[in-house]
Write a protein that binds this ligand. Sequence first.
Ligand SMILES: Cc1cc2nc3c(=O)[nH]c(=O)nc-3n(C[C@H](O)[C@H](O)[C@H](O)COP(=O)(O)OP(=O)(O)OC[C@H]3O[C@@H](n4cnc5c(N)ncnc54)[C@H](O)[C@@H]3O)c2cc1C
Length: 560
Amino acid sequence: MLSRADALEAIAGQRFDLVVIGGGITGAGVALDAASRGYSVALLERGDYAVGTSSRSSKMVHGGLRYLQNFDLGLVREALLERQLMVQLAPHLVYPTPFLVPSLGEDRRDRKLGIGLNMYDVMATTRVGRSRREMRSSKEGDEDFYWSPDRHRTIDREEVLELVPALAPRDPHDAYLFYDCQTDDVRLVLTILGEAERFGAVTLNGADVVEVTGADGRADGVVFVEAESGERVAVGAENVVNATGVWADRIRPEVVEEEDVPRIAPSRGTHLLLDEADLPMGRAACIVPAGEGRMIFSLPWYGRTLVGTTDNDFEGDIAHPHPGEADLEYLLDAVNEFFGTSLTDSDLVGAFAGVRPLISSGDPRKSVDISRKAELYETSSGMLTITGGKLTTWRRMAKQTVDRLVEREGRNAPCHTAEIPLGMEARPEDLEAPEGVGEEAVAQLAFRYGHAARNVLRLAREDAKLARPIVPGRPDLLAEAVVAARHEQARSVADVLLRRTRLGILAAPQLRDAAAARPVAEALGAELGWSRRQVKQEAEAWPAAAAAEGIDPARAGAAG
Ligand SMILES: Cc1cc2nc3c(=O)[nH]c(=O)nc-3n(C[C@H](O)[C@H](O)[C@H](O)COP(=O)(O)OP(=O)(O)OC[C@H]3O[C@@H](n4cnc5c(N)ncnc54)[C@H](O)[C@@H]3O)c2cc1C
């Protein structure tokens, strides 16, 4: 990625075919799609890339088994096909995980669920009419990689326990096993942005769009405030796309019909993270009943156990949605009941919440949950707003948006994103690690960066200090902070701990003090030219940033 200084210079005062507002997965997708169709593109992100909902998802690339309950078949099929495509385009970053629906003790398998899983299997088929055997033989014959999930099946007690040791105390009888996929949501956004840049897009974070300018009733550019200088910067644009997620109703062109813009009422989803030793998920995820027919999940993620999620109206600060106290209790109760554990707040290694957009029409009975369905709006000024949808369906949302631009401009520019690899795969065994960097770190680097992991390892080789872990016992290396500043526009300790790595939510108790953040501040400072005083200030700003996110609920217990 270009440095911020270079990106700012390339954007300020220039005119682009397209300006995208918002650097979450949707904006990143639109930038990649448009740039790969030949548009000149600038993308502006107010805070840090993926700072909004795109770093706060459940990290699944999935069809969404539960949407089958509402017979949202089109949505599920679309997402399942995208899931398959994502594993092919980013095999290092999107990986299949077995999901179990166990029957415990005297309970027997729910036949209705079996029917649902049959449908899930059928809908995950690439092309209707193409048999699974045909797909498998293409997989075997094709060295270039082909993934399609196996059919769901029933596994016996022994296999259940081998996959999920946490179920041992509950005497599982058997389980349904099906597949969905997992990722690191932020890395997916950064990877897509990196690809967009390869096609000529310029992206800048710390660029708060405060105005959509217009001429003759048409949106013709934006003005943003640059975070470091506080200066207002104008950019011209033939087209403006608003991809600001839950903030979508706050971006208004000068000329606007009120009914043209969606009004958004956010809903919050809370997640918690546990030490794997406290709830060993092993190699599979579990669907966990959570009362009144609701389901939550428990997933292995980055060597921790991730539990989520809830869905409640939210009226707080959407920039920093705290994990709700009652929501945490609800998730812990469900886990304790199901796995026979007695985990409490003080066992949490991290927590986070995200907000979904809910379109509100003023009349609550007419409010529509668009969080899963993508919605594209076009105002009379020509600005397009794309919101809703899922992490999984970013490519379709981007296509829908850019198709509209292409159509109204009469261009001949088909979409290519189904064929554009996202990053470059590297297997851990392809990476050469310097002394002191263990297998776990190398495997994590291969997952997170693919081939670009070599940049991290090179730094670690050149400077032994950078080969050290950021948090003792975790595989993330200090060299990653340098790479984040040099190649990924990271500007603060929080950028590194919350998004370039995910340590803030994976090891919150170990990162309570400014002292724990100091090595990251020093590494960033060396890259970004900070004075000693600034390094100290940036490290000291971390505990407040962590508190603003509510990532460490165990802290209250520890203090008490
Ligand atoms: C709890 C929860 C769990 C989820 N789990 C999953 C899942 O497992 N799988 C899945 O597929 N989907 C999941 N989703 C859905 C998915 O996370 C979202 O659909 C997706 O992240 C939305 O991305 P976005 O880019 O539209 O919005 P965001 O990621 O919020 O991006 C919008 C960006 O716009 C920026 N912005 C706002 N105003 C301005 C401005 N004036 N100038 C410049 N920039 C601005 C913001 O800073 C932000 O970065 C989940 C959602 C939630 C809430």
